[in-house]
Design a protein around this ligand. Sequence first.
Ligand code: SF4
Length: 215
Amino acid sequence: MKIENVLNALRQNKMDAYYVDTKEEARALALSLIPEGAVCASGGSVTLTETGILDAVKSGNYTYIDRYAPDLTEEERADAVARAHHADVYLMSSNAITENGELYNVDGNSNRVSALVLGPKSVIVVAGVNKLVPTLDDAILRVKTVAAPKNTVRLACATPCAKTGHCISLDTGHGTDMTKGCASPARICCNFVVSAQQRHQSRIKVILVGEALGY
Ligand code: SF4
């Protein structure tokens, strides 16, 4: 896959698209896209941690809505999730990005895909080149064999994929059927969102990084 093709496809889909070589450049670029004093929120993302973007946003001249703050009550945590939908800037990664310039994201709680679709004025997506896939079919397979299993391990979810490293749909005759999978209460594959051509030009900004980042 040529990075330039992906960038052009994202731009045709009315997203801004950037490429940088390193996580340090990604951090600097992401911060340059956030107005001073902006209210920021983020989806759960290893990429945002690995790039240092999350720390920079928490410590910079912004108001960061931190739903992970350890001292929050359940009510306060739910309130933080709700307020994130009114943030000026929402930061996240993407489970996969296709050569057609589509973002593919699968969520359990779905606060992340919800904010991606509607709410925050600006959405900054930071993704390593390991997230690039040729097609949506490859994106589905990527979530079933990489993103979901690794995230269920990270989040200590008792799902089949956390034990085997792949979605149970691949063992039960359902193959890569997008929505098939486990019936675990901890299932993280509940809402499947493809972000294709946008109505709002430049609301979504994608920073591709020439390193492997996150899952
Ligand atoms: S449906 Fe269940 S087993 Fe399949 S990837 Fe998602 S959490 Fe894992």
